[in-house]
Each structure stands twice: as C-alpha cells, then as structure tokens.
Design a protein around this ligand. Structure first.
Ligand code: ZN
Length: 261
C-alpha cells in the first residue's frame, strides 16, 4: 500500500477547502472537514475512490455540514473529532497525541483551542491540516477561547518542522496579505508575495508562515512597533501583542468587507 504524496483540494461553499488524500493502490480515501457532501462525492467518483474516513477539525457547520449525507452512502466509516466536540456523529473521539492510521501513514492529533474549544489539528507525513486556526498569512477569529489559548495554539503549530505543508480551511491568503501589508508597508517579502500570488495559494509551509504571518511573529520588533502604534500603549508580552493584532484585524474586517476572517 502506498499513500499518494498529493493532497487534493476540493473547493466547497464560498471559500472552504475540503482536503482529500488517498492510497493509490487500494483506492481508499480520507477527507478533512467536509462542509458539503456533493463536491466530495463528485471527487470520489472522478478519482475512482472509496471514502474510508473523515477528519473534523472543529464543529463549525462549514467544516462538518456534509458528514450526515456522506454517512448515508458510507455508513460504517470512522468520523474522527475532538472529545470536546458537540457533534453527535463523531465515532472516534480523540485528544492530544492520539494517532490515527490511514493505510501506511499516521496522523497525530494536536489540540489547538481558540477559534473553538474543540479545535484539533492533524499532522503527519509532513502535512498539517490546520482548520480555522492557522491560515496562510493569518489566523482564525477567536470565537470560544481566549487570546492566550489561540496564541499558544499557533505557537504549537509554528514549532512543527519548517517543511511541513499547511493545508488550512479557507482561501483567505490574498486578503490576509493585504492586512500584513497594512501592518508592515515596508516589508519587501510581503509585497513580492502579493505580486506573485496565484490561486489556489495552498499548501503553504510552516517556514513561509514563520516568515510572513504576522500572527506568528508577535516577538518581532517591526510587528510589536506597529501594533503598539495601533493600540497607543506599550505591549510587554507576545500574547498582548497577539490579542491587539487580532483586535486590529477584526476592526478592519468591518471596514474592508472583503476581509472576512
Ligand atoms: Zn470555523
């Protein structure tokens, strides 16, 4: 058996990505965050695959709304999700460090609360499925957790190997880059990235996120200075910088309607 090195994006809803990987020999496939069943069923048919398991990063409907319809066709497959998840259809409730075998690869669960309390990332084979916690050049909104939890969760992800490919839940990269440019108008790497960007922009890598993502750079002098200017106060810890940065982006989201999360 051999897992294909490719992770296939399935575009769903307005700007969600459902990710799929497969065992090319056995034609088994696994998906992450099916917000909608239809595009998944179409992709399974197109690639001649049998669905063998579903991973859920968090309980939001745009990441899980397709599960019930998929289970109508694939009634006996496991649905992996957090032990804290309110979703009743999760069959295998997992916690930090649990390992799930998919053919010859193993995905490990990492608890990353903040966006929601049940938020879980899956990492293995140099892939990271980060849901709505780490986006390319951005991070998710804090709906259920605290800024402190979200900051720690992002730090956990940024500690993964540099070459780890980041598969996140939404295509927000360009909007996130515009925010990054707003914070650091003189950052040449950000300007260059905006110039060369093409969709889909994913996967990103942990190395690139550490270079470009302001939410992972709350100890950088340039970010601290920009956020202190915005907040008009001294911010003496990275968590305080992070909390104000997230607040800054929330404020701009209302002004710039195209910047959604
Ligand atoms: Zn979400």
């Amino acid at each position: 058996m051999s897992i294909s090195t490719e992770v296939i994006p399935i575009c769903a809803l307005q700007d969600n990505y459902i990710w799929m990987f497969m065992d090319a020999m056995t034609r088994m496939a696994w998906i992450i965050d099916p917000g909608d069943a239809k595009p998944v069923l179409e992709a399974l048919e197109k690639y001649n695959l049998q669905l063998s398991g579903i991973f859920i990063t968090h309980h939001h409907h745009d990441h899980s709304g397709g599960v019930k319809d998929l289970l109508r066709k694939y009634s006996s497959i496991p649905v992996y999700g957090s032990y804290l998840s309110p979703l009743s259809f999760i069959t295998d409730r997992i916690k930090e460090g649990d390992e799930i075998s998919c053919s010859n690869i193993i995905l490990k669960a990492i608890e990353i609360p903040g966006h929601t309390l049940d938020h879980t990332a899956y990492v293995g084979n140099h892939w990271l499925f980060s849901g709505d916690t780490l986006f390319s050049i951005g991070c998710g909104k804090i709906f259920e957790g605290t800024a402190d939890q979200m900051y720690r969760s992002l730090q956990k992800l940024s500690a993964l190997a540099d070459e780890t490919k980041v598969f996140c839940g939404h295509e927000y990269t360009l909007a996130n880059l515009r925010f990054a440019e707003h914070i650091e108008p003189d950052n040449a790497s950000i300007k260059e990235k905006i110039r060369v960007i093409t969709k889909p922009t994913l996967p990103s890598t942990i190395a690139e996120e550490k270079k470009l993502n302001p939410f992972l750079r709350c100890k950088d002098a340039a970010i601290i200075k920009a956020v202190e200017n915005y907040a008009n106060q001294t911010l003496d810890t990275p968590v305080k910088v992070f909390a104000k940065l997230r607040e800054w982006k929330n404020g701009l989201n209302t002004q710039w309607r195209h910047l959604k999360k």
